[in-house]
Design a protein around this ligand. Sequence first.
Ligand code: 4NP
Length: 153
Amino acid sequence: MIKVLFVCLGNICRSPMAEYMFKSMVKKEGLENDFYIDSAGTSSEESGNSMHYGTKNKLDQMNIGYGNHLARKITKQDYEKFDYILCMEERNVINAERIVGGDFKNKIYRLLDFSDKPRDIADPWYTGNFDKTYEDISQGLQGFMKYLKKNVL
Ligand code: 4NP
């Protein structure tokens, strides 16, 4: 079982979008029994809130199902539980490392470091561009899946 946690700042826009996109990808490939997938934020600002309507709209548009997501903040227990902690931008990496007490097991990455063009995923909370968020996450997930197939699965 490969356990993957997606991380952004608020856990209402980017990381839940990545969570449900990756769940959908894994299901399409018939690999759902090989994965446990969740998401969290580095801030408790939005804790208990549901996904941003921009994320829901985009997932609906792409026919990707989602559950009753409630935002939560990453914990030290998450660091023990998950194998891959995939962050949307560099400052999420820095904050996640601070919260869990350091990345001593080399589990924390930036999602787009698995793509051909390593970079941050801009925050649609500020840009309003959920299409771009979707495209960026899609590239990252494809790269991550390629990496897993080559090295882990
Ligand atoms: P996310 O977007 O990190 O992609 O979930 C944000 C959500 C909320 C806030 C910032 C970013 N906020 O400042 O409350």
